[in-house]
Design a protein around this ligand. Structure first.
Ligand code: FAD
Ligand code: NAP
Ligand code: SF4
Length: 674
């Protein structure tokens, strides 16, 4: 029995196979599944997670036929000529002693191409393509495609398949009146609507034999109008059990749902209650999902009997050794997924290879490696923000002698401000990770040291890395020195207590975050699952189909205006998968967002604006300036003048469009090259 997390590390006996622990690496599209040439990389990526002791892996979605493709030329398994590339993956996983299932995903009306099919010709609100309604033969062809795909997966060496029945993809579309208006034997009554997945599971089981894992991903809470009712979910779960599934995984929310399900502001384990309810209804082992990112959370779910396994996708991108570190009681060393979506889902939705903000090696394991140096050098890294911490730890890990200078009395740079934003509490985990990592790698940290060039030159450093970050930009607006004008730094650090009415100049990421901070009634760590459910309209009692109810946003703490000069939607530059959440949250708290603004002056009356031909006065108590930053690199010239190598990373290099993803990536890549 494991002393640290006994339930998490209890093996799970599936009858014909035993899983070494309860950690499932959930399906996550990385982009590596889509091209034959990338399967080597995919194999290395999975093998690294097996060495990290994950119990069972599920691949990203693989289409069973072309019409089911998520997008043209995305991953599919339809014939034997494709087996070889999949064997690279299964061999790599088995060579390391791991187990892997392939997810079969038919996109249905979510397919981003003109050949999509669905039970009925109803267009999705998030896809421009209208699907073709399947005829009876068409339905039969899709079922056969699932079966053929599962048989091929077995031939390719997979230990099983996951049949993707949630998130609003084809199977889910058959289940509910929202997308299925058929009147034949595949639509109408609940029995008819659930027939499609039940046939698939039954026929797959018949074709693959008894000793092959079939995970069915059951949409337990659709979070869309006209989704499944609670009774229908139970009915389907039982039917799928009966049809021959081995494990039932939890699906939460369709992609078109207007409720966030995995983003950082969603409380940890916010949906474990959904799986827990099904524990009373079903016999098969159940897998809990969504916002489980640390072992104590996972252990609690299992110990409380809410589920039999926990699924994590992004946390295993962030740290391939998650399970091993947990088993060894080294959870403080886990590089925690902060649920930002910035390098994983945002990339995938832009058709780019996934990676991870806190771990740029994710999906780049064959390209970015931290090899021990043969020529250790004395290196000074100045600035302990994300760029400097990432660079210093990798340099030290590689064997260099590293001193890290930080002006403030704590590490973290701007992440110390980011973690003050309600809903961004997870950012503190990155600071904890680096704090531990700096100690483990033996970096000499000098806090409270705003070093000068002459101090640095007085020591025998061979290389300088400047990670000194940025200074907030000051806009050229008459009255900018008025006492009511403050910087976002003053507000977030607590130096200024803003009044009841506030104008925020600049609607970038920081402007949005400051509005969240100003309006949030409960502050950081305030969102318990119950109040979060009320805010977003999630009904734990499942009174209506889909599990939705009227959203009851918390009243705003202040009256806030968010302003930008550009015309067009504020927040257009925010994350692809998260921008809508920030905009909705602020709209719910009645933040007035104004675009196409020109700033005339600030005086005792407030902020004078012009929007088009109209003048407007905002009678506010404070004006918070969030208009971007400029690089801080005053040390560069004097150091370079002495002829020693000087490297700039993060904000010190380029402040425009800077984020922590770029800062950490740049820091680690430089460190890998020195
Ligand atoms: P910084 O974090 O600015 O660190 C620079 C460090 O150098 C500072 O600690 C400073 O004290 C130190 N320093 C400067 N000069 C000296 C000197 N002479 N001697 C010693 N030390 C010195 N990014 C995201 O990707 N996602 C987000 O959701 C996100 N949210 C944010 C929310 C807020 C409220 C803020 C303010 C920022 C957010 N960011 C976010 C941006 C992100 O924090 C920055 O992009 C990142 O911190 C930049 O890293 P850096 O290491 O280049 O610089
Ligand atoms: P930003 O994204 O560059 O936004 C600055 C805003 O200020 C712009 O919207 C700009 O819009 C306005 N502006 C710029 N110069 C101005 C001027 N001279 N006068 C008046 N307005 C001006 O910068 P930021 O919000 O400070 O964010 C910094 C970085 O942190 C961002 O690049 C972002 O990636 C990162 N960040 C990310 C997140 C996230 O959730 N991913 C959150 C916070 C921060 P107009 O010119 O139209 O007015
Ligand atoms: Fe998690 Fe962000 Fe990394 Fe995605 S990019 S895995 S959400 S930390």
């Amino acid at each position: 029995m494991n002393n640290h997390y006994p339930h998490l590390f209890e093996p799970l006996d599936l009858g014909f196979v035993e899983l070494r622990n309860r950690v499932l690496m959930g399906s996550m599209h990385t982009g590596l599944e889509d091209r034959r040439k990338d399967f080597e990389k995919l194999a290395v990526y999975f093998a690294e997670r097996v060495r990290g002791e994950v119990g069972l892996i599920v691949t990203g979605g693989i289409a069973p036929n072309r019409v089911g493709w998520l997008a043209p030329f995305s991953g599919k398994l339809t014939n034997r000529s494709e087996l070889e590339r999949h064997r690279l993956v299964t061999d790599a996983v088995h060579d390391e002693g791991g187990r892997i299932c392939m997810q079969i995903l038919h996109a249905g009306r979510y397919a981003y191409h003109p050949f999509s099919v669905a039970p009925s010709a109803i267009k999705s609100p998030i896809n421009p393509f209208r699907p073709r309604a399947l005829g009876r033969h068409g339905v039969e062809r899709q079922i056969r495609a699932f079966v053929r795909c599962a048989v091929l997966a077995r031939e390719a060496g997979y230990d099983g398949v996951e049949i993707m029945g949630s998130e609003g993809y084809l199977i889910n579309q058959f289940l509910v009146p929202r997308t299925n208006t058929r009147t034949d034997e595949w639509g109408g009554s609940a029995e008819h609507r659930i027939r499609f997945p039940v046939e698939i599971v039954q026929r797959v089981r018949e074709a693959v034999g008894h000793d092959f894992i079939i995970i069915y991903r059951l949409s337990m809470l659709d979070l869309v109008e006209e989704g499944s009712s609670r009774e229908e979910v139970v009915q389907l779960g039982r039917a799928v059990e009966h049809a021959g599934a081995t494990l039932i995984n939890t699906g939460i929310g369709w992609h078109e749902a207007r409720v966030p399900t995995i983003q950082t502001s969603v409380p940890r384990a916010a949906f474990s209650w959904v799986t827990a309810r099904m524990k009373h209804e079903l016999r098969l082992p159940l897998i809990a999902t969504n916002r489980i990112n640390m072992p104590d959370v996972a252990e609690r779910i299992l110990a409380n009997g809410q589920a039999d396994m926990v699924s994590m996708a992004r946390p295993l991108l962030a740290d391939p050794d998650w399970a091993r570190k947990s088993r060894e009681g080294r959870s403080q060393e886990i590089n925690t997924c902060i649920a930002c979506n910035q390098a994983c889902l945002d990339h995938v939705f832009r058709n780019e290879r996934a990676s991870c903000l806190v771990n740029p090696r994710a999906c780049h394991e064959t390209e970015l490696n931290f090899v021990r140096t043969r020529k250790p050098r004395r290196i000074a890294v100045v600035g302990a923000g994300p760029a400097g911490m990432a660079c210093a730890t990798v340099l030290a890990e590689r064997g260099h002698e590293v001193s890290l200078f930080e002006a403030s009395d704590r590490i973290g740079g701007q992440f110390n401000l980011a973690r003050c934003i309600p809903g961004k509490e997870e950012f503190a985990e990155t600071l904890r990770y680096f704090e531990v990592q700096l100690k483990l790698t033996g970096v000499d940290i000098q806090l409270g040291q705003r070093v000068t060039a002459s101090e640095l030159l007085a020591e025998d450093f061979e290389v300088f890395v400047l990670a000194t970050g940025v200074t907030p930009r000051i806009p050229d607006i008459p009255g900018i020195d008025h006492p009511t004008v403050v910087s976002y730094v003053d507000v977030l650090e607590g130096g200024v207590e803003p009044g009841r009415r506030v104008a925020v100049i600049g609607a970038g990421g920081i402007g949005f975050d400051v509005c969240e901070f100003l309006t949030h009634a409960t502050g950081v760590n305030g969102a318990d699952v119950g109040s979060w459910q009320r805010e977003w309209g999630v009904d734990p009692d499942f009174h209506r189909r889909g599990g939705l109810r009227q959203a009851r946003p918390m009243p705003a703490l202040r009256e806030v205006y968010l302003l930008q000069r550009k015309s067009g939607k504020p927040g257009a530059g925010l994350g692809k998968t998260t921008g809508w959440i920030h905009r909705t949250a602020l709209k719910n708290r009645r933040v007035e967002m104004l675009s196409g603004v020109s700033y005339e002056r600030i005086d005792d009356d407030g902020l004078h604006l012009r929007i088009g031909q109209q003048s407007r006065l905002l009678t506010v108590d404070h004006v918070v300036v969030c208009v971007g930053q400029e690089p801080l690199r005053e040390l560069q010239a004097p150091l370079a003048a002495q002829g020693r190598p000087v490297h700039l990373i993060g904000g010190a290099d380029l402040a425009a469009e800077l984020d922590a993803k770029r800062a950490i990536d740049q820091g680690m890549r430089l460190a890998a090259s020195l």
